[in-house]
Design a protein around this ligand. Structure first.
Ligand SMILES: Cc1cc2nc3c(=O)[nH]c(=O)nc-3n(C[C@H](O)[C@H](O)[C@H](O)COP(=O)(O)OP(=O)(O)OC[C@H]3O[C@@H](n4cnc5c(N)ncnc54)[C@H](O)[C@@H]3O)c2cc1C
Length: 432
């Protein structure tokens, strides 16, 4: 008796964001048995994150209803993929226990996470990611009356500001590191994507400043003020919270664990490599959405639909969507160009600024290291609870080091799950 349940499906979709939902719905008419796994409590991914502080938009409802309308789609929310159990079999964990899920085809729609970069004061309570602030507000964290400064780069800053303001916060400043010229060029290019232009208008904010970047955050026990550099001058702004976002990093861990190849997507970032059918380098495994490079929910939706059609052999339907994908790939390319991080962002950390906050490793301790392995072995960078998920991305940006290779389990896991896995016949790797 192992305590691990077993299950199987024709098509397993990991991630119930826009890409995963579109993939499952596209594949459903084939009649294949489809399982969609997501660690969030409800489908929607990052953009349509649910919670007591979230008002779900109609698009999110439409996709949830579409999932529910197909009897051959089973959605397992609150469930994480934690490891590979055997060839073509993944190990899942939820509140009730563990499951070995066998699949015939797999679509990875694992999205992206924020790139957090170190600067003096970034570990003070009250500093979060910009998307992190959104997630906290949607989960019900009260911010009414709080003075918030948002800094970093990209449209996510504006989306985070809108979420915070809708919850009653006073957003004092949105500091965008890109230049006015770059942002203006991006704004003008939106004529090619009218929906995006309309969205940009709704997000426009009087506190938005370009060529503006964070210098440091100050406070005794929590955030009291932030120092910004703008137009060559430093200015202090008293505030209660600072939210920072320097772009997104594709979540490639599960794909890498399964042997899928990576490819560069600009700005030193790597993503899962896919062909025209969204197939990865591993037979039977597809990938869609921001794990293949970030570019917005519309691109994730069309990529997901192509992957769903291709996975069940409907090549015609997949091909019919290629021109729409090209259109959104062009939008993604504009986004990358406009909000590319300036070299000044690499100079934010001071000698004593912590880069690895789990193991208290300062910037100065890493300067002489020859690469990630050297930093890990000799300075303990990435050896703490997050296992390099935060400092690995930061070190890649700051020093150009290859990020740490993922190791199972992908996230903290119950001992019973691991013990049960070793107990079962023919586990792929008993050391997991
Ligand atoms: C923090 C954050 C906030 C964002 N907010 C906005 C916004 O407000 N507006 C906007 O236009 N864009 C936003 N974006 C960009 C947005 O992510 C995309 O445009 C869109 O959601 C991408 O869709 P996706 O399906 O590729 O990935 P996602 O929406 O990220 O969905 C991926 C899903 O996979 C799940 N997952 C990943 N790994 C596992 C695993 N091992 N086991 C189980 N589940 C797993 C994740 O929990 C997630 O629900 C945000 C991005 C981030 C990182």
């Amino acid at each position: 008796m192992t305590g691990i349940a077993t299950d199987s499906c024709d098509l397993l979709v990991v991630g119930a964001g826009p890409a995963g939902m579109a993939a499952a719905v596209a594949a459903a008419p084939s009649g294949a048995s489809i399982v969609v796994i997501d660690d969030n409590p409800a489908p929607g991914g990052q953009i349509w994150r649910d919670g007591p502080g979230a008002a779900l938009p109609p698009a999110a409802r439409k996709w949830r209803d579409a999932l529910a309308a197909h009897a051959n789609i089973r959605v397992r929310s609150g469930t994480r993929i934690v490891a590979i159990a055997a060839p073509d079999e993944l190990l899942l964990e939820d509140a009730g226990g563990a499951t070995r899920m066998a699949w015939r085809k797999l679509i990875l729609c694992t999205g992206a996470r924020e790139l957090l970069l170190p600067f003096p004061g970034w570990t003070l309570p009250g500093v979060t990611g910009a998307g992190g602030l959104q997630a906290l507000v949607k989960a019900g964290m009260p911010v009414e009356g709080e003075r918030i400064v948002i800094a970093g780069s990209g449209p996510l800053l504006l989306a985070a500001a809108a979420t915070a303001r809708a919850a009653g916060a006073k957003v004092l400043r949105i500091a965008e590191q890109a230049s006015f010229a770059a942002v203006a060029r991006f704004g003008a290019s939106l004529a090619r994507w009218p929906g995006k232009a309309a969205q940009a208008v709704t997000l426009a904010d009087a506190g938005y400043r370009t060529s503006s970047r964070i210098v440091s955050v100050h406070g005794a026990a929590q955030v009291e003020s932030v120092r910004l550099l703008q137009g060559g001058k430093e200015a202090d702004i008293a505030c209660d919270r600072v939210a920072c976002g320097f772009g997104l990093t594709p979540n490639t861990q599960l794909g890498q664990l399964l042997g899928c190849a990576l490819a560069p997507v600009g700005g030193g970032t790597q993503a899962l490599s896919v062909d025209a059918r969204q197939a990865t380098s591993v037979h039977g495994i597809y990938a869609a959405g921001e794990c293949t490079g970030f570019g917005g929910s519309e691109r994730a939706l069309v990529q997901g639909a192509i992957a769903g059609h291709a996975a069940v052999g409907n090549e015609r339907a997949a091909k019919a969507l290629e021109s729409e994908r090209t259109r959104w790939n062009a939008f993604a390319a504009q986004l990358h160009r406009a909000f590319a991080l300036a070299d000044a962002i690499r100079r934010m950390p001071q000698a004593d600024t912590l880069v690895c906050r789990c193991e208290d490793v300062p910037f100065s301790a890493l300067v002489g290291c020859t690469g990630w392995t050297d930093a890990k072995l000799h300075r303990r960078c990435g050896m703490g609870a997050c296992q390099g998920r935060v400092c690995g991305d930061a070190a890649q940006f700051l020093f150009g080091w290859t990020p740490p290779a993922p190791r199972p389990p992908l996230s903290p896991v119950r001992i019973a799950t691991l013990a049960g896995l070793v107990d079962t016949a023919d586990p792929v790797d008993a050391r997991q």
